[in-house]
Structures are given as C-alpha cells and as structure tokens.
Ligand binder design. Structure first.
Ligand code: G3I
Length: 442
C-alpha cells in the first residue's frame, strides 16, 4: 500500500504501511495514543476542536497596530477583509484591478495560518462610479468580468466567497432595487455560475443581514431562492447570515431554526458578521451555541476585533474593549465553544463542483497531528482538491496518489487503485481547522 506526496514538482514516494497510524509510527515523529480534547484557551482553538473556524473582519489599515495584530493573530482562524475586496477597492476603474489592500489582508492571514473569506463580489453598495454609470448588457458583462478578474487573482486561496451580498429588500422580502437587479432577476444565478467557473475550489455563498429570524419575509425569500438554486443546479454552497444584532433587530429565539432550515437545503451556513449591541455575554453564547448545534454551521466570524475597530463602535458590540482586553462576552463565547467539545462536528464538506462529493471524517488525533478519512462518491475517476489552512501541512497520505503544492498549501489527489476511501495525516502547527475539499470528474 503506497501513499505518495509530490513536493513541488518532485514526486516523493513514501511507503505507508497499512494506513497513516502505521506510517506515523514507522516514519515520523512519535505518535501517542489519541487523546480527548482539553479546554482550549483561544476562540480559534476552541472552535477548531469542533471542526469549525472562528473568524474576524480585518482592516488592512490596522495591520500596523501591534495590539490589534496580537489579538487577531492569537484568537482567530478565519479572516474576512472588512472592505479591501469590495468592488470599489478591487476595480476602481473598469478593467483596472487593484489588489494591493486585499493582498495585504490576505498575506497577513496566510502568513499567520488563517483562512480567508472573500467579501464581496457583487454588492449594491461600495460601487465605483464607472459601474454606477452602466446598465443593461454592458453592466451584466462588467459584473461577470469583475467576478472573473477578482476570483482569478485569488484562485485556490479563498475558503468561501460572498458572491452576492444583500440582494434582498427589508420588509417585503422582494429583491432590493439596484442597478444589478435592473439587469434582470437572473443576475444572481449568473453570478454564481461565473464564480464556480472562475474558482471551483471556493465555496460560493449568498450573504445577507436581517435573515436571522426564520419567520421574516426576507428570510423566507432568501430561503426560497436558495432552494430554487439547489433544485436547478445553480452552484451555491453556503448562506452567510450576518447577524448584526441591535435593540431594534434583536437576536431572535428561532435563530437555530433558521440555521437548521438553510442547512437542510444542502448548503453550509456561516455566521459572517456577528456583532451585538452592548455585547451581552448570554446572547453571544446563545448565538455561538446555535451554530454548534447545527452540523453544517461551519464557523462564526465577528465583525471586527476591538470595540474601537467596529463600524458601529458606539454600540461596543465586540469581544475586546478598546484597550484590547477580553470582555465578559469573550469568556462567554470561549466557554460556549469549549462546552461543545467533543460535540458535533460539521457534517461532511460537500464538493462545490457538484459532480462528485468528497466527504471528510475525523480520524485519530495526536498532540501535533491528526488524521482525516476521505470518501469520494459520485465518480470512479475523480480529482479531489484539498486546501489546508496554514501553517498546517499534509505530511502523509494513504490509498491515494497525491500532489502537494507548498506554495498554495493545496493537495491534488487522484485514485491509485485502492478505491474511493483514503486518508491524510495533517501536522497542524497550532491550526486545527479542517481543510476544505472539492471534487470533480477527471
Ligand atoms: O478609508 C477611508 C478613509 O481614507 C476616508 O477618510 C474615510 C472618509 O469617509 O472613509 C474611509 O473609508 C471608509 C471605510 O469604511 C473604512 O473605514 C468608508 O467611507 C466607509 O464607507 C466604510 O464602511 C464600511 C461599510 O461596510 C461600507 O463599505 C465599514 O467599514 C464596514 O464595516 C461595512 O461592512 C458591511 C459589510 O461589508 C456588509 N454587511 C454590513 C456591514 C456593516 O455595514
């Protein structure tokens, strides 16, 4: 039984005797008995013990602030650029892309072992003037060109893209009146199809606010759209629920129902921009616990690091105060995450490509590494792409032929004659967030 890893362009063959546990015992550092999870002391580590991420919005302009970067570096495993990947930032003139600010956030995240959510490709807000001046087919083409240009630049590097942001209206739940909407109802599905073609490895999300309350008209409209997309094969992998809670828009008691019902459509759900006016600890804990109880709720992102970094700093809605000290809400969230250990893990990560599915399952764990099983369905001749969150690395495989790209931290795997169940050993270097996988026919 042979597993092989390609380092760069060079094939490295490594004999793995009867699976990774044997391989660890024979060829690599000492592997002890798998151990139970202990309480973790950071948000990211605690979430990772349930197979989830815990993220924050990051501003490029604050990366020179050592207090900011110390907290962000220590606590979070997922990063969303707060403004740097928006349309006005990335394509300030038609066809002229500027990835400087987005790359600063991306590079900081990658260098610090974090994954990145791309935010956002198409939004009615934050549009440059040239785009606002377009309409009809010219605007449609510009929308697709924008998706192609930005996603090509970040191809293979993004965990999930908010392909479309906030396309529904408050109140009635109809589509929001925007220049995009005026190009025709089908602009959203065209955006998702273009996004899938541009980067098949990225999860593709629809992201919105005021869709936390299951009974609201807006939630129902988004749900109906996602259900329709799933039934017609429009490529959508996830729904981002922003969760900006205030006294006027409070945390609803049926939030868990909303998460569960979206997940039942076959998509992941993610809490993407969490902040709560006044940061009440109990509410923060409830939101996080809601996510932990839904297997396909794959992670939570808070919308900023300290209260003073918040887009609504007067509401002091975050987990760290202006001095960078942990607030009571921080402790409540950490406790809620640790209470879930060894609670439910996110369900199998499906293939965004849809043609075949690669399913991850937990294997043995050691202090410095862990095993994942992979099962592929839907194809006999498949190509699975596995993106590993830095600084974690795949150090062994079994029952599969694999090529490892150290630049992108991505492994490409093909059948090696041992069937469709195989596995990897990941040395986590402190980052226990599971890799993402996608599957396509060879
Ligand atoms: O950086 C410039 C600065 O140079 C300039 O002097 C100043 C004067 O206006 O503006 C600064 O840019 C501001 C930017 O935030 C950075 O602070 C923009 O004006 C301001 O519009 C922008 O606001 C952002 C807002 O989206 C609009 O894009 C917020 O930071 C950001 O938190 C907020 O995030 C949104 C999500 O993307 C979508 N969901 C809602 C959420 C909250 O509104």
């Amino acid at each position: 039984m042979t597993g092989r890893l390609l380092a760069g362009s060079r094939v490295v063959r490594r004999t793995l005797v009867l699976g990774a546990v044997a391989a660890l015992a024979t060829g690599l550092a000492v592997a002890g008995t798998p151990r139970a999870n202990a309480a973790a002391d950071t948000l990211g580590a605690a979430a990772a013990q349930t197979g989830r991420y815990f993220g924050t919005a990051i501003s490029a302009s604050k990366l020179g602030d050592p207090v900011y970067t110390a907290i962000a570096g220590r606590e979070f495993t997922m990063v969303t650029p707060e403004n740097e990947m928006k349309l006005d930032a990335t394509e300030p003139r038609q066809g002229v892309f500027n990835f400087g600010p987005g790359d600063r956030v991306y590079d900081w995240a990658a260098q610090n072992g974090k994954q990145v959510r791309g935010h956002t490709l198409l939004w009615h807000s934050g549009q440059p003037q040239w785009l606002q001046n377009l309409s009809g087919s010219a605007l449609r083409q510009a929308m697709i060109d924008h998706i192609d240009g930005v996603m090509a630049h970040y191809k293979g590097k993004i965990y999930a893209w908010d392909v479309v942001n906030e396309a529904f209206a408050d109140g009635t739940g109809g589509r929001r009146n925007s220049n995009f909407q005026r190009t025709g109802d089908d602009w959203i599905e065209h955006a998702f199809r273009a996004a899938r073609a541009a980067d098949p490895a990225a999860k593709l999300c629809y992201n919105d606010y005021n869709i936390e309350n299951w009974t609201s008209a807006k939630t129902q409209s988004v749900y109906t759209m996602v259900k329709d997309f799933r039934s017609r094969g429009v490529p959508i992998d996830c729904v981002g629920i922003q969760a900006h809670f205030t006294s006027g828009n409070p945390y609803p008691g049926d939030f868990r129902t909303t998460l569960r019902n979206f997940a039942a459509l076959g998509v992941d759900v993610q809490i993407t921009e969490l902040d709560i006016q006044g940061a009440p600890p109990a509410t923060y804990a409830d939101v996080v616990t809601d996510c932990l109880t839904v297997p396909r709720c794959t992670g939570v992102t808070v919308w900023g690091v300290r209260d003073t970094d918040s887009w609504r700093s007067g509401d002091t809605p975050l987990l760290f105060d202006g001095d960078g000290d942990k607030k009571p809400a921080y402790t409540a969230v950490l406790d809620a995450l640790n209470a879930a250990v060894p609670g439910p893990s996110p369900s199998p990560t499906p293939s965004p490509a849809g043609s075949c599915t690669a399913t991850l399952s937990a294997g043995a764990k050691w202090p410095d590494r862990y095993n994942l099983g992979v099962t592929v369905t839907g194809s006999d001749d498949w190509i699975v792409t596995m993106t590993v969150p830095r600084p974690a690395k795949i150090i062994a495989t079994w029952n599969v032929s694999a090529r490892w790209n150290p630049t992108t931290n991505v492994m490409t795997a093909r059948p090696d004659g041992h069937g469709d169940s195989w596995g990897v050993t990941i040395k986590h270097h402190g980052n226990r967030t599971w890799p993402t996988v996608s599957c396509r026919h060879a």
